[in-house]
Design a protein. Structure first.
Ligand SMILES: NC(=O)c1ccc[n+]([C@@H]2O[C@H](COP(=O)([O-])OP(=O)(O)OC[C@H]3O[C@@H](n4cnc5c(N)ncnc54)[C@H](OP(=O)(O)O)[C@@H]3O)[C@@H](O)[C@H]2O)c1
Length: 322
């Protein structure tokens, strides 16, 4: 089988492929034949080592000093190819989707994962592509909007950067929660932003929409506190989905400013969070936006698109191992 690996921190060309034996599932594990996997902003950052200012050393301490000592691929959709001893809850041939998490290992033809880990049956309403695209942006948007800012029906939500993986999920979930959604995106993506549920859409290169907003989700950190402050209603909340170290420290030390709040951080990617997102999907509140779909052999090209930070929705690569 074919597996991708990172050879160094650097451009997409540092990704290599190698042939490996198909792994044997250990006790309690599933062997999954991967059919599709997303190539996310997170994958691009871990490969390139390019993270918001001040976070580089922390990232390298966690992932590897000289090169990423993790495997490519955060999430997957596929079929159970075999069950290890005592693995329960799944059947051979069953369609599944799940997360390998930040240590990776989904960009390969076959992977193993604990049957009681971050893997779920793929619902009929999703195919392998949308199953692969399901978790990355969805988990982030759901956690920030539902758990962190507790978005309420009727509130005014501004999603700045609304059509990538996180933004496209946030617009849908915000709308589903009963918020009025205003969005920014580049003009080519305005139809997508409206289709996802945004009521008003403008270009993020123009002056921002006037507000006031109860919640601002600043996906790329373009606005920051100085840009968002004049747009926030009293009691408003600003989420910096992309934040550098000084913004994170600033938000931790002084989260409340002028009666408004700043939130940063990362989201959980555990089974309860995955199940909650699936419930949102079943309730009609979220379906991942699918962008370019490429063959697994074009993983390098997929990384080039992912690190542009201008992709519509989610990029997915498809595996075609026999
Ligand atoms: N905190 C966390 O836990 C967490 C979790 C996931 C992701 N992230 C971070 O969140 C960011 C977005 O991730 P993603 O997967 O959604 O990326 P993505 O799919 O590449 O989407 C990026 C979005 O930002 C827009 N954009 C690009 N430049 C912009 C600018 N200068 N101002 C406003 N919008 C701009 C793009 O719009 P156009 O395509 O229309 O240009 C696109 O909609 C990344 O920095 C990622 O590392 C953080």
């Amino acid at each position: 089988m074919k597996a991708a690996l990172y050879t160094a921190y650097g451009p997409p060309s540092t990704i290599a492929f190698r042939d490996e034996p198909i792994p044997t599932p250990a006790r309690g594990e599933l062997l999954v034949r991967v059919r599709a996997a997303p190539v996310t902003a997170g994958d691009a950052r871990m490969r390139s080592g390019k993270v918001p200012r001040g976070l580089g050393l922390m990232m390298r301490l966690a992932l590897g000093l000289a090169r990423p000592r993790i495997a490519p691929g955060f999430a997957f959709a596929g079929e159970v190819a075999a069950l290890g001893p005592d693995a329960t809850g799944f059947a051979e041939g069953q369609k599944v989707f799940g997360l390998k998490g930040f240590r990776g290992g989904a960009h390969r033809d076959y992977l193993t994962i604990p049957a009681n880990g971050t893997v779920l049956p793929l619902p009929e309403s999703l195919d392998f592509r949308t199953g692969a695209a399901f978790f990355f942006g969805g988990l982030t948007a759901a956690e920030f909007l539902i758990d962190r800012v507790r978005l309420q029906p009727g509130e005014r939500l501004f999603v700045a950067g609304a059509t990538g993986a996180v933004g496209s999920a946030a617009v849908q979930i915000g709308r589903h929660l009963g918020a009025h959604v205003t969005a920014t995106a580049s003009p080519a993506n305005h139809p997508l932003a409206r289709q996802l549920g945004a009521e008003a859409v403008s270009d993020y290169r123009d002056p921002p929409p006037p507000g006031p907003f109860d919640v601002i989700l600043d996906v790329m950190g373009q606005l920051g506190w100085p840009g968002a402050r004049p747009l926030l209603a009293p009691g408003g909340r600003l989420v910096l989905v992309t934040a550098d170290l000084s913004q994170m420290l600033g938000a931790a030390l002084r989260p409340k400013r002028d009666g408004r709040r700043i939130l940063t951080g990362t989201n959980r990617d555990d089974l309860p969070a995955m199940r909650r997102l699936l419930d949102l999907h079943r309730a009609g509140g979220y379906t991942p936006a699918l962008g370019p779909v490429l063959p697994f052999a074009s993983l390098v090209q997929a990384h080039e698109l992912a690190e542009s930070f201008h992709k519509p929705g989610n990029i997915v690569v498809e595996m075609d191992a026999p």
